[in-house]
Design a protein around this ligand. Structure first.
Ligand SMILES: [Zn+2]
Length: 428
């Protein structure tokens, strides 16, 4: 049974690899397997036990070396120790490290000597100090490449940051795999609060930074409004169904608000949604240049994702969330962000993140101010928004001006730089 189970897991992962990588259900399968969670470890350990019976020691005629008994996570010791073990890997040394488990888990892995470049075919694949349960040194993603020095059916020995490391052979190929530049992101109703969304058939796009300056952070850039029909659908303001504590486009005391309101209209007749998108696109480009991945919620006039869907998607696929808006006044009042209203700071999930949201907002306002952008008041206004109420990551609604604010190319470039500077300082 166990052996059968193991094979099912690996087959399904391999099948996913053969299909398009953008299939989120498949992605989940191999992500889960390599996520390093306890569930994943148990699968990997199960694999090891099962493999023991199937692999004959020294079955390869080109054995270069044997890895001794693999060391359970609890005994794996320091990275340095693991690296030494991996580099020298004599049976004697391995036994010293883990005498008691050796008999139970001994499964010498025969590595065929290789001297080749291999590409990775999936995302979030663990790079380990030792096969199976060794310390996770890092993650590899689609299109990453490594020098492979040893190959076995299950594990490949590679060079990683100047040391020996191991990666599952299932996700390697000697064929060139292009790095992903973007992928479509669909909504998943299983995500926390996902059931509260009413409009979620649209897709967002996740863009990957391509340069050598990768930050390892994904910023959700959410061009406000732009969901046809969104104003006639109502969704819960708060995940727990409680009433709004401040006014806004929906008055305090209401438990439901427009799924996405239509936004204001600039004094020249242009829709706010259009201007928001213009800024969002400029921000996307500068963030990608600076090494951030960018989750673009909307890239055209319409995306069928309501405010809850946008926020829940950001929670699950990004590290912070910046929504771009313009206010409905006609004062050229300047930029500010909607800080978290006192009345919802104790409500889950706001309670877990509101300080970070306000810190992100303050950094972005500072970034705009440092670039000469006019700021309204102290740069913040407390507001109870759907976005804030459902956010589990640092998240702000940014009002860059109002109906009479300039949105020429040159002004938008300054705004985008100011926001990016603020994000840089938030993460520094
Ligand atoms: Zn707006």
């Amino acid at each position: 049974m166990k052996n059968h189970f193991k094979k099912t897991i690996f087959l399904s992962a391999a099948a996913c690899t053969a299909l398009a990588f953008s299939l989120s259900s498949c992605k989940k399968t191999y992500n889960a397997e390599f996520s390093g969670t306890s569930a994943a470890v148990s699968v990997e350990e199960g694999t090891l036990t099962d493999t023991e019976a199937n692999v004959l020691p020294n079955e390869s005629t080109t054995v270069e070396s044997n890895i001794g008994p693999t060391v359970p996570a609890a005994n794996s010791g320091s990275q340095a120790q693991a690296a030494v073990l991996a580099a020298t890997n004599t049976a004697a040394q391995s036994n010293k490290v883990s005498e008691t488990t050796a008999a139970e888990t001994a499964a010498p892995i025969s590595f065929q000597s290789r001297d080749e470049k291999v590409y990775i075919m999936a995302d979030d694949v663990n790079i380990r100090a030792l096969p199976e349960t060794g310390e996770v040194l890092g993650k590899a993603n689609t299109g990453d490449s490594f020098h492979r020095t040893g190959y076995s059916d299950k594990w490949s020995r590679i060079e990683y940051n100047g040391q020996t490391a191991f990666i599952s052979s299932d996700y390697t190929t000697t064929n060139v795999v292009e790095k992903k530049t973007s992928e479509a992101v669909s909504f998943n109703t299983d995500w926390e609060f996902g059931g509260n969304s009413k409009i979620n058939s649209g897709t967002a796009t996740l863009y990957y930074a391509a340069g050598s300056n990768k930050k390892g952070k994904t910023v959700c850039v959410n061009a406000g409004h732009g969901t046809k029909g969104g104003e006639s659908v109502k969704t819960l303001c708060h995940p727990d169904g409680t009433a709004k504590v401040t006014g806004g486009s929906t008055a305090a005391g209401n438990t439901r608000a427009a799924a996405v309101s239509s936004g204001t209209t600039m004094s020249d007749g242009t829709s706010e949604a259009y201007v928001n998108l213009k800024v969002a696109k400029a921000l996307k480009n500068i963030l990608l240049e600076r090494g951030y991945n960018v989750l673009m919620i909307r890239e055209s006039e319409d995306v069928q994702l309501d405010n809850i869907a946008r926020t829940v998607m950001a929670n699950n696929r990004s590290d912070c969330h910046i929504a771009i808006h313009y206010d409905s006044t006609t004062k050229n009042k300047g930029a500010f962000f909607m800080s978290v209203a006192d009345g919802i700071k104790g409500m889950y999930p706001v309670s877990t993140i509101w300080q970070e949201s306000d810190r992100l907002g303050a950094n972005v306002i500072n970034g705009l101010s440092a670039n000469g952008v006019k700021i309204f008041g102290d740069g913040s206004m407390q507001m109870d928004l759907t976005q804030t109420s459902y956010s589990k990551i640092p998240s702000i609604d940014l009002e860059l001006g109002d109906k009479v604010s300039d949105y020429s190319d040159s002004t938008v470039a300054v705004l985008a730089k100011g926001i990016a500077d603020g994000i840089d300082s938030y993460y520094s």
